[in-house]
Design a binder for this molecule. Structure first.
Ligand SMILES: [Zn+2]
Length: 257
């Protein structure tokens, strides 16, 4: 291997380490990770579409999600049926940037181009978690129109209390409107995986807020250096002749050969 090639592979390895570290420290920027944040502030590029979408095996429509989310949704719906007798249904899973663009344009026309009004419920293209393939809007019988009243149903109550067991979080709760930028949506669940869903549910804060503390924790771990001073500092031993700087005179005096 030439030294240039060696240098290049070293640089590649180093930059991979750096980007891995950055992803760990800022998980909200890792689009392949479970904590990628998509909202009005952090938008998804027009070019992004998950490569591994699949149809979730549940009743309802627009059932495409990324595989882990699709499987978890099935488990959640099954558990709800078993524990409450209520059959949840999917209403809207994966949506492409273009689909979101169309929905937003229609909403905008219906409110006479008032953007603030349009954005109360509809995310502009790129600002929707549905483009990530990890969000699902749910409903139940007679509640399929994404209405606030869904929140009062047994199915919705069960879902908000139990979704974390399957790796989902309720993304837009009522007290969080200022932080998430979205009105209360009792139907919108986001998959983050069981480990994080449990932590976020326990913290009872929106993903935006939780990510800040999670990031601080990750940075602390990444930067952790053991700076503690040993409890017992060994007593200094008296200097021996060998410790002393030997000057030519000393060497002569010692009769060194
Ligand atoms: Zn939604």
């Amino acid at each position: 291997m030439s030294s240039v090639t060696q240098l290049m592979s070293l640089i590649t390895a180093a930059s991979m380490m750096v980007s891995g570290t950055l992803n760990a420290a800022a998980p909200q920027h890792d689009i392949d990770g479970p904590l990628f944040l998509a909202n009005r502030q952090y938008t998804v590029s027009e070019a992004y579409a998950p490569a591994d979408l699949e149809m979730s095996d549940v009743s309802g429509q627009v059932r495409r999600l990324r595989p882990a989310a699709a499987k978890a949704l099935r488990e959640m719906f099954d558990a709800c049926k078993e524990e409450t007798g209520v059959k949840l249904i999917s209403i809207s899973g994966y949506r492409s940037y273009e689909t979101q663009e169309g929905i937003y344009a229609r909403k905008l026309r219906s409110v006479k181009k008032n953007e603030a009004k349009a954005q109360e419920f509809v995310a502009p293209p790129g600002a929707s978690e549905h483009q990530l393939g990890v969000a699902m809007d749910i409903g139940q019988k007679h509640k399929v129109n994404l209405e606030i009243s869904f929140g009062k149903t047994e199915g919705a109550k069960w879902a908000r209390e139990n979704c974390w067991r399957f790796g989902f979080i309720l993304r837009y709760d009522e007290p969080w409107e200022e932080i998430t930028g979205y009105k209360y949506e009792p139907w919108h669940f986001r998959y983050v995986g069981k480990k994080y869903a449990k932590e976020i549910h326990k913290a009872n804060v929106p993903l935006e807020t939780w990510l800040i503390s999670h990031r601080v924790e990750m940075l602390r771990e990444l930067l952790s250096v053991d700076l503690s001073i040993p409890e017992e500092i060994p007593a200094e031993e008296p200097a021996t002749p060998s410790d002393m700087a030997a000057s030519p005179t000393d060497l002569k005096a010692a009769g060194s050969k």
